[in-house]
Design a binder for this molecule. Sequence first.
Ligand SMILES: NC(=O)c1ccc[n+]([C@@H]2O[C@H](COP(=O)([O-])OP(=O)(O)OC[C@H]3O[C@@H](n4cnc5c(N)ncnc54)[C@H](OP(=O)(O)O)[C@@H]3O)[C@@H](O)[C@H]2O)c1
Length: 337
Amino acid sequence: MLKVGVVGATGYAGEEVIKILINHKDVKIAELQAVIDKEEPISSIFPGFKGKIDLVCKKPDPDGMARNVDLVFLGLPHKVSMELAPVFLKAGKAVIDLSADYRLQPDVYKVWYGVEHKDKDNLPKAVYGLPELYHDAIKSAKLIANPGCYPTSVILGIAPMLKEKAISTDYIIADSKSGATGAGRKPDLALAFSEVNENLKAYKVNEHQHKPEITRILSEVAGKAIDVIFTPHLIPMNRGILSTIYLKLNKKLDTKAVVEIYKKFYKGKPFVRISDEGKLPQTKDVVLTNYCDIGLKVTGDTVIVVSCIDNLTKGAAGQAVQNMNIMCGFDETEALK
Ligand SMILES: NC(=O)c1ccc[n+]([C@@H]2O[C@H](COP(=O)([O-])OP(=O)(O)OC[C@H]3O[C@@H](n4cnc5c(N)ncnc54)[C@H](OP(=O)(O)O)[C@@H]3O)[C@@H](O)[C@H]2O)c1
């Protein structure tokens, strides 16, 4: 039985990791930690866990947890994970980091997160945890940089057409909408009910911190530098991301042919579902699941891609557990179907 720890257990991503691992046949949740005033059972913090898990959530003590677990999930804010991950890695434990701390090169990280990276030794060893593109590298990884939620939906929506060399790479537009849990469980006026409800807003237009992550991975897929115009939006729902992506074809293809390209590219990938021609996915089809649903429409020389995920599942905790399953040789879909 694999002994697992969760740091940041009182956050949305941490809560979701616990929810999934409770039903995992190969895992024992051994320790939970977060910044809390008093140590108490996690079921007091999240009553939904009553009778399912009553482990006490402790104050941060990475050395103590490292002695007690085989693998740890870090559900921490950016700039915190790079302080804690080295403790676990030095102790020979595997780390799956849900923050952005291991997703970018140090110079790019400094530009977009405003601080010097504090763990340049381990950063080059991090594997980007998108199983549909990096399955084999994840198998032998000790440190996983779990992808961001927007990048998961956008990269899975674009990669097949880049691999197929069927699109112009000069003009790619990704227009994404996310529910409020994407910003985390912290008090923030912008996330107050009466600010979010009955409202729809674009924010950080083409300057959101997920843009360099999207362009980094798409450039690796294409084998050349790729830029994307990325516009995130906040919408009045708890969970769910829908990305609408516009791609310019560089050869004549109809919707049927494009659907075939995506079905072939994701053949055998358990968590990507391609809608049949004429059908488009909705967020309610994927909420509380680990699926990424993709729908396609060709109009003139433009491909319109609609890519839906649950920001907390395929966009965070579910993908993190999917990565753990691959790292540990478990069934990739264990506790996720
Ligand atoms: N929410 C999403 O949809 C989503 C999707 C993909 C990736 N992510 C990433 O996953 C990470 C967690 O996101 P979230 O939404 O769960 O954020 P969150 O709700 O704000 O949770 C952050 C957690 O980290 C704890 N924490 C903060 N500083 C700590 C420290 N120094 N030591 C130990 N625990 C500490 C917090 O404890 P207190 O609350 O008690 O302070 C809380 O439990 C973030 O990096 C986020 O970008 C989130």
